[in-house]
Design a protein around this ligand. Structure first.
Ligand code: C2E
Ligand code: MG
Ligand code: MG
Length: 264
C-alpha cells in the first residue's frame, strides 16, 4: 500500500482540481445524523474525498483550502452538491426514504452572486424538494462581506433551502451575528464533546442549547463517539448528533442501512 506523505499537500497545490474532477478522482461519502430523542436517523452529511493516484486519499482539510485558494472550489462544490442532491432523490424514488442531505459550502462559493441560482438549478435538475437540502456554512463567513452574502442566504432560505452554521463555537461568531443570519440549525463543534467531562464545558453546551432554542434553531452535535457522550448531550437538551458512535462517513450503498435502524 502506498504511504501518504507530506507531499500529498504539495501535489494538491500543484494539481488543478478540475483535472481531478474530469478524471473521476473525487467521491462523496455520507455520514448519518440522528435524533437524540427519537433515535431515528434524520439525514446525512455529504463529505467529499479525493483519491489521488499514487498518493492515496487526501483529506478535505488539505485540499479544500487549496481549492479555495486556486479557484477550483466552485466546480468542486457544485459537483458535490449535484452528487448529494441526486443521491437524496434516488433514495426517495428507489427506496421510498426521505432524509435531509447536508452539504458543506465554502465562503468563496457564497461570494459568487450566481451561487443561489446554481443551487436552484441543481434542485430542479434532480427534482429534490429544497426542504431536504441543508447547506452548511462556517463561521469564517463573518470575515467576508456580509452585505452580499446575507441577501444570497435569505434568497436560498426563502425558497425553502435550510441553512446550518457549521463548527459553531470555535470561530468568529458573535451573538449579534447569530441574530442576523437566516439559520435553521447550529452544528456544535466536536471540540466541545472532547471536553464533556468538564462541568464548565457542560454549562457552555447547555447555554448553547438554550440559546438555540430561544432563537428557534435545531442543534446537531458533531463528533459524538460513544454512548456516554450521547446520553450527556441528550440530558443537556441538544437535538441531534453525528459521529463515529453510529458511523463514520460511508459510501451511499452502505448508508442505506441506517434508514430502518433505531440508534442503540
Ligand atoms: P465538517 O463539515 O465539520 O465535517 C465533519 C468532520 O468531522 C468530517 O471530517 C468527519 O469525518 C469528522 N467526524 C465525524 N464524526 C466524527 C467523530 O465522531 N470523531 C471525529 N474525530 N471526527 C468525526 P472530514 O470528512 O475529514 O471533513 C473535514 C472538513 O472538510 C469538513 O468538516 C468540512 O469543513 C470540509 N469538507 C468536507 N467535504 C466538503 C465539501 O464538499 N465542501 C466543502 N466546502 N468543505 C468540505
Ligand atoms: Mg460540515
Ligand atoms: Mg463541522
Amino acid at each position: 500500500m502506498l504511504m501518504r506523505t507530506k507531499s500529498s499537500l504539495e501535489r494538491a497545490l500543484g494539481v488543478d482540481i478540475s483535472i481531478g474532477l474530469e478524471k473521476g478522482e473525487f467521491s462523496v461519502l455520507y455520514q448519518p445524523q440522528w435524533d437524540l430523542f427519537t433515535k431515528q436517523v434524520t439525514g446525512f452529511e455529504a463529505l467529499v474525498r479525493w483519491h489521488a493516484p499514487g498518493y492515496g486519499q487526501i483529506p478535505p482539510s488539505e485540499f479544500i483550502p487549496v481549492a479555495e485558494y486556486k479557484g477550483g472550489i466552485h466546480s468542486l462544490g457544485e459537483w458535490v452538491l449535484l452528487t448529494a442532491c441526486r443521491q437524496a432523490k434516488s433514495w426517495q424514488v428507489k427506496e421510498g426514504k426521505t432524509c435531509t442531505i447536508s452539504v458543506n459550502v465554502s465562503g468563496g462559493q457564497l461570494e459568487d452572486i450566481g451561487f443561489a441560482d446554481r443551487v436552484f438549478e441543481i434542485l430542479s435538475m434532480t427534482g429534490l424538494d429544497p426542504k431536504y437540502l441543508e447547506l452548511e456554512i462556517t463561521e469564517s463567513i463573518f470575515l467576508r462581506d456580509l452585505s452580499t452574502i446575507l441577501p444570497l442566504l435569505e434568497g436560498l432560505r426563502k425558497e425553502g433551502v435550510r441553512l446550518a452554521l457549521d463548527d459553531f463555537g470555535i470561530g468568529f461568531s458573535s451573538i449579534h451575528h447569530l441574530s442576523r443570519l437566516p439559520l435553521d440549525c447550529l452544528k456544535v463543534d466536536q471540540s466541545f464533546v472532547r471536553f464533556l467531562d468538564s462541568p464548565k464545558t457542560k454549562t457552555v453546551i447547555q447555554g448553547v442549547a438554550n440559546l438555540a432554542k430561544e432563537l428557534g434553531l435545531r442543534t446537531i452535535v458533531e463528533g459524538v463517539e460513544n454512548k456516554d457522550e450521547e446520553f450527556t448531550l441528550w440530558e443537556l437538551g441538544l437535538n441531534q448528533a453525528q459521529g463515529f458512535k453510529l458511523s463514520p462517513a460511508v459510501p451511499a450503498e452502505k448508508a442505506i442501512r441506517f434508514f430502518n435502524q433505531k440508534v442503540v
